[in-house]
Write a protein that binds this ligand. Structure first.
Ligand SMILES: Nc1ncnc2c1ncn2[C@@H]1O[C@H](COP(=O)(O)OP(=O)(O)OP(=O)(O)O)[C@@H](O)[C@H]1O
Length: 128
């Protein structure tokens, strides 16, 4: 199964995204938040650096959510019964998602504070 052509590996990756979407409500919620972030970028028109920061943060949230789900699936397959080590592993995975989600909220707040007043002034909604 190693060294498959790029087209095939891209297909596996897209299938993985579709599986995450189908099976995980958290991933669907995070995708909705990513769509809102894109809308905010389009409306606020921040500097290019903000586009990069938001893109990286959003991708990290989605990637960690998928990793969380993938590892949970493997853990449940290998060890379906209750075990304190399974609890520790799953709680740490949840902690990783929480950490990047807090970072994403901070990025959203900082971008809004940095950009919104100028954008409102551009639209004539507040004095420049
Ligand atoms: N086999 C297990 N043994 C011990 N504790 C478990 C086990 N499975 C789950 N838990 C505990 O229950 C919590 C929730 O587990 P679950 O598998 O439902 O993950 P979840 O975070 O709700 O799933 P998702 O990320 O898909 O929303 C875990 O964080 C862990 O504390």
């Amino acid at each position: 199964m190693k060294n498959r052509p790029f087209r095939e590996r891209l297909g596996f990756a897209l299938t993985g995204l579709a599986t995450g979407w189908r099976r995980e409500r958290s991933f669907r919620n995070q995708t909705g938040m990513a769509a809102l972030a894109l809308l905010a970028l389009i409306v606020l028109r921040p500097a290019p650096a903000w586009w990069a920061i938001v893109a990286i943060t959003t991708a990290l949230v989605l990637a960690l959510e998928l990793l969380n789900s993938a590892l949970e699936a493997v853990i449940d397959l290998l060890h379906p019964s209750i075990h304190p080590e399974v609890k520790a592993a799953k709680d740490m995975l949840a902690g990783a998602v929480l950490a990047i989600s807090i970072a994403a909220l901070l990025v959203a707040g900082a971008m809004t504070v940095d950009t919104l007043p100028r954008r409102l002034a551009e639209l004539g909604l507040i004095g420049a």
